[in-house]
Design a protein around this ligand. Structure first.
Ligand code: NAP
Length: 266
C-alpha cells in the first residue's frame, strides 16, 4: 500500500558493560531473539539491531524467502523457522539459540496476526487462532527464555502490543483482548522479574505501514492520517527506534510505551 524505503539506519551506541560467563562471541554486544522477524516491524527491529553489532536470531514461520533475504543482508542475523504458537517448536528454537550463543539477552515478542470481524461472528476456532498466535506465543516464548535470563541475572523483554490493547477497536475485539493481555503480562512480569535484573516493557504502536494494514483502502488510510497530530502514518523504523532506546535504558520497566504520532493520548 505504501512504499517507504530506508537506505540508512544509523548505528546507536550500546551499553558496553560486560557481565556473566565468558562467551565464544566476545565481540557481540547482545544476543537478541525477535519473533516474527520475516516481515514488517519484526524485520526492521532485526535489521537495526544486527547493524548495531548484536547477534539476532530472527524467527519466522511462513515467509521463508523473506527470512533468507534478511539473513543474506546481514551476517549478524541467524534465521530460525518456528511457529511460536506451538510449544515444541518454541522450545527447540530457544534450545538452539542458547546452545549456539550461550545466552539470550533480549527477547522481542513481536509475532502477531490481525483480525477484522464482528464480535458476534467470531468462531471458537478464530478466537483460538488469534489467542494462540498473539498471546499464548508471548507466554510460551517468554517462559522458555526466562530460565537463561534468570540464571544470568540479566535480561530485557519487549512485547509488541498495540494501541488497540489500550483503547479497544471495533471489529478487532479478540486482537484487542490479546494486546491488553500482553500489556498485563508486561506489568506483572516487570514486578516478578525486577529482582532478577530483568526489565519488561511493551511497545504499543499506532498504525504502522506494514502488510498487516495492506487491506485498508487508501481513502480510509488518509482519514486515519488526518486524525494523527503528527500528520503521518507510522513506519517500522519509528518502532525500532523505540527498541533502540529501551535497550540502552536501564531503569524503565513495566511500562507501555505507545508509538502512535499522538493518535492515542491517554
Ligand atoms: P506483519 O507485517 O503482518 O508481520 C507479521 C510477522 O509475524 C511476520 O513476520 C510473520 O511471520 C510473523 N508471525 C505471525 N504469526 C507467527 C507465528 N505463529 N510464528 C512465527 N511468526 C509469526 O505485521 P506487523 O505489522 O509487522 O506486526 C508486528 C507486530 O506489531 C504484531 O504483533 C502486530 O500486532 C503489532 N502491531 C502492528 C501494527 C501495525 O499497524 N502494523 C500496529 C500495532 C501493533 P511469517 O510471515 O514468516 O509467518
Amino acid at each position: 500500500l505504501f512504499f517507504f524505503f530506508f537506505k540508512e539506519i544509523k548505528g546507536l551506541s550500546q551499553n558496553s558493560r560486560k557481565k556473566g560467563p565468558s562467551l565464544n562471541y566476545q565481540e557481540v554486544k547482545m544476543v537478541i531473539l525477535v519473533t516474527g522477524a520475516s516481515r514488517g516491524i519484526g524485520r526492521e527491529i532485526a535489521r537495526s539491531q544486527a547493524l548495531n553489532g548484536n547477534i539476532v536470531i530472527a524467527n519466522y514461520n511462513k515467509s521463508e524467502e523473506q527470512a533468507k533475504y534478511l539473513q543474506k543482508e546481514n551476517k549478524n542475523i541467524d534465521i530460525y523457522k518456528a511457529d511460536v504458537s506451538k510449544r515444541e517448536e518454541v522450545k527447540a528454537m530457544v534450545q538452539y539459540a542458547i546452545k549456539k550463543y550461550e545466552k539470550i539477552d533480549v527477547l522481542i515478542n513481536n509475532a502477531g496476526i490481525a483480525e477484522n470481524k464482528l464480535f458476534t461472528e467470531v468462531t471458537d476456532e478464530e478466537w483460538q487462532k488469534i489467542i494462540n498466535n498473539n498471546l499464548y506465543s508471548a507466554f510460551c516464548v517468554t517462559q522458555e527464555v526466562l530460565p537463561n535470563m534468570i540464571h544470568n541475572k540479566k535480561g530485557c523483554i519487549i512485547n509488541i502490543s498495540s494501541v488497540w490493547g489500550m483503547v479497544g477497536a471495533s471489529c478487532e475485539t479478540i486482537y484487542s483482548i490479546t494486546k491488553a493481555g500482553i500489556d498485563g503480562m508486561t506489568k506483572s512480569l516487570a514486578k516478578e522479574l525486577g529482582p532478577s535484573n530483568i526489565r519488561v516493557n511493551s511497545i504499543a504502536p499506532g498504525i504502522i505501514d506494514t502488510d498487516m494494514n495492506k487491506n485498508i483502502d487508501l481513502e480510509d488510510v488518509d482519514n486515519i492520517r488526518k486524525e494523527i497530530p503528527l500528520e503521518r502514518i507510522g513506519n517500522t523504523l519509528d518502532v525500532s527506534r523505540c527498541v533502540d532506546w529501551l535497550l540502552k535504558d536501564q531503569y524503565t520497566t513495566g511500562q507501555v510505551i505507545s508509538i502512535n504520532g499522538g493518535w492515542v493520548i491517554t
